[in-house]
Ligand binder design. Structure first.
Ligand code: BGC
Length: 247
């Protein structure tokens, strides 16, 4: 089954048609810059553009950077606060004339990794952390997702919110080298390890491509792997999620 998968981020909105049996992209990826201000209506208009570009009239799955309950946005750490309370399943479906199914972006990336990537066949507890503007998390037990874990907002023992201390945005903002940022990220992963005892940690998002530059700083006992899907995890996972809503 083919589904249009979309990854909605703070700087870009990316989409492609996905074969949900294999996890492969059937088309090229299209990226449209996130409109500013990124209001619900402006994002809905970009989705309509994507649907038109792919000449699509089937289901759509969207990964969105917030906690989402039954299509309603509950948080807004790095997006316009005007999203809070918005029913984006309805808003995006109305704007595109397609059935749109939204889930948290890190949960989407995690679903792709669990079904087609580094987490495939992995029993026990798997924690996926996406490292980007925010720190996103997806938590699985025996392949089942506990949705909307917002563990990037946890406060560390140093009193700082993890996302502000150890995200890729913090690295850029404070102009940190990969090793000193890696030391910070190690504090975050060690905290996660102590609290959740995962059997495997998967790192996704932009910074995971630089895994070789900071892996020596990671001192956790849990095996840590960079995600198999780099740019595509959100798109593939969102499409996979939408499939589960359709059939
Ligand atoms: C948001 C999460 C999101 C993560 C990655 C965080 O700021 O609260 O919902 O998954 O950023 O985009």
């Amino acid at each position: 089954m083919q589904i249009l998968g979309v990854d909605i981020g703070g700087s870009g909105i990316k989409g492609a048609i996905v074969d949900t049996l294999t996890g492969e992209l059937v088309t090229e990826r299209l990226r449209i810059g996130t409109p500013q201000p990124a209001t619900p209506e402006a994002i809905a208009a970009v989705l309509a553009q994507l649907v038109l570009h792919f000449n699509w009239n089937g289901p759509v799955g969207c990964g969105f950077p917030a906690a989402i309950q039954q299509g309603v946005v509950r948080t807004a750490a790095n997006i316009s606060k005007s999203f809070i309370g918005a029913d984006i399943d309805k808003l995006f479906s109305d704007a595109t004339n397609c059935d749109c199914h939204n889930l948290n972006d890190a949960d989407a990336a995690g679903m792709a990794e669990m079904h087609f990537g580094e987490g495939a066949g992995q029993a026990g507890v798997v924690l996926l952390v996406t490292i980007g503007t925010g720190l996103g998390t997806a938590l699985f037990t025996d392949g089942n997702l506990l949705p909307n874990t917002e563990l990037g907002h946890l406060y560390l023992e140093n009193g700082l919110e993890a996302e502000r201390y150890a995200s890729d945005a913090a690295r850029k903002l404070e102009d940190l080298g990969w090793k000193s940022w890696g030391n910070r990220f190690n504090i975050y992963l060690s905290t996660m390890e102590k609290l959740f005892w995962p059997d495997l940690i998967i790192l996704g998002g932009g910074a995971s491509k630089k895994f070789d530059k900071f892996k020596t700083q990671l001192a956790v006992n849990t095996p840590v792997k960079p995600a198999a899907f780099l740019n595509q995890a959100g798109i593939v996972g969102a499409a996979f999620y939408a499939k589960s809503k359709v059939i």
